[in-house]
Design a protein around this ligand. Structure first.
Ligand SMILES: [Zn+2]
Length: 149
């Protein structure tokens, strides 16, 4: 069992997606064997990453976590079979870089279009540049003037 913080700065691909250096990642990993004797990594990772909000274009800190069960196939054919069954599988030769796997799993868990979870104001405006209710505000002002007279 491996538990502890990972160096977020060393996760190069995740760093490329981040909008700053304030990323934090920690994980918990265990290796077990499946009924066929394959190595299986059971993992949990938590991350806090600065991301660019796709709604308001401001940077915010996204907290997220992910759990996975990745099977290490015994051959490329084995990998294909398992992938067809929808398993999280990879075929790996040589030394395994655990941080690589954690990084991949975190990238899979990232939202495609990250946004402030608490909601925010969109920066998108109508193409004409006028506010859709600008005319309404004008009407309201005129009404108030009329009431005074
Ligand atoms: Zn936002």
């Amino acid at each position: 069992m491996f538990t502890g913080p990972l160096d977020a700065a060393a996760l190069e691909r995740l760093k490329e997606l981040a909008a700053g250096d304030s990323g934090r990642v920690s994980g918990r990993l265990a290796f077990v064997r499946d009924e066929q004797g394959r190595a299986v990594m059971e993992g949990h990772a938590e991350a806090s990453l600065p991301l660019l909000c796709q709604r308001c274009a401001a940077v915010f800190q996204l907290e997220f976590h992910t759990d996975w069960r990745r099977i290490f196939a015994r051959s490329e054919a084995d990998e294909r079979d398992l992938a067809e069954k929808g398993a999280d599988v990879c075929y790996h030769v040589g030394l395994l870089d655990v941080a690589d796997v954690v990084e991949e799993e975190l990238m899979l868990a990232l939202p495609m279009a990250p946004r402030h979870p608490e909601g925010c104001e969109p920066i998108l405006r109508p193409a004409t540049g006028t506010h859709p209710f600008a005319g309404l505000a004008g009407l309201l002002k005129r009404d108030r003037r009329d009431n005074r007279n």
